[in-house]
Design a binder for this molecule. Sequence first.
Ligand code: NAP
Length: 270
Amino acid sequence: MLLGLIGYPLSHSLSPLMHNRAFGALDLQAQYCLFSVKEEDLRDTVYGLKTIGSLGFNVTIPYKQKVISFLDEITPQAAEIGAVNLVYRKGERFIGDNSDAPGFIRALKEADQDPQGKRSLIVGSGGAARAVAVGLRDSGSEVIVTSRQKPKAKFWEQFPWLQLKKDLSMSVDLVVDCTPVGMYPDNSAQPVIDPRLFKKETVFCDLVYNPLRTSLIKVAEATGHQVVTGDGMLLYQGAISFEKWFLQKAPVNVMQEALSEYLEGGKKND
Ligand code: NAP
């Protein structure tokens, strides 16, 4: 059984490591590969995977929107977010879905941070921010967004917006940094939001997982805030993908172990 990740270019991804470890643990005759595909070959790749009976695949930059025209259906959540990162088979049909939104929420809950009834501030307004916004809203959280420029997309009109600035301070329960600031190799970049200006009870979450302890996470921890690192979202979007493909529970512990060995082993984040 062939599964994988379609994107271009695909220099590195932790998904093969995580999924192949899961397949091995459950003795599944399956292989998760990286498909680095040029745009003119995207259609043939999707149809080819369908023809050979693949259970599905993940999609990343730059095809999260472009892949939609080659699918039979997309879920309402993926349509609202405007991005498909998961495709799974339903009979003869390929369904486009988004596992970032439920993956993020599952990661929060696993960290004992149920967002229901909470007030959340999302930093940034890119693709991941849209998934996080939908996930939080659908889990009963109040959502506020802050970014460098007011987002133009109609999607964002449903949320109050604030200008992002270094001294931004407000009373919220959760701050989710959805910008790439602090990502390897710019590990020492200054965080775009200052945890020292927020109440002690505010939980800080960074979607960046490489390095695991970003500059934002370090400052937040140093000032006594609880934190949620980005590896949880990576893990659970993968687990949700696995469950849609194989219709059985993902071996989350095995997948987490594979990620931890890599991220905490210092192979990428030093
Ligand atoms: P994206 O679509 O490019 O959006 C990035 C957002 O960050 C934009 O709103 C951008 O603002 C803002 N931004 C960039 N640099 C900034 C800066 N210096 N100061 C303030 N804002 C800045 O990217 P994405 O796909 O949403 O991904 C965002 C991050 O999340 C990436 O690091 C990605 O690796 C991570 N991610 C993690 C997971 C996970 O599983 N943990 C899943 C998805 C994404 P402008 O529009 O003004 O440029």
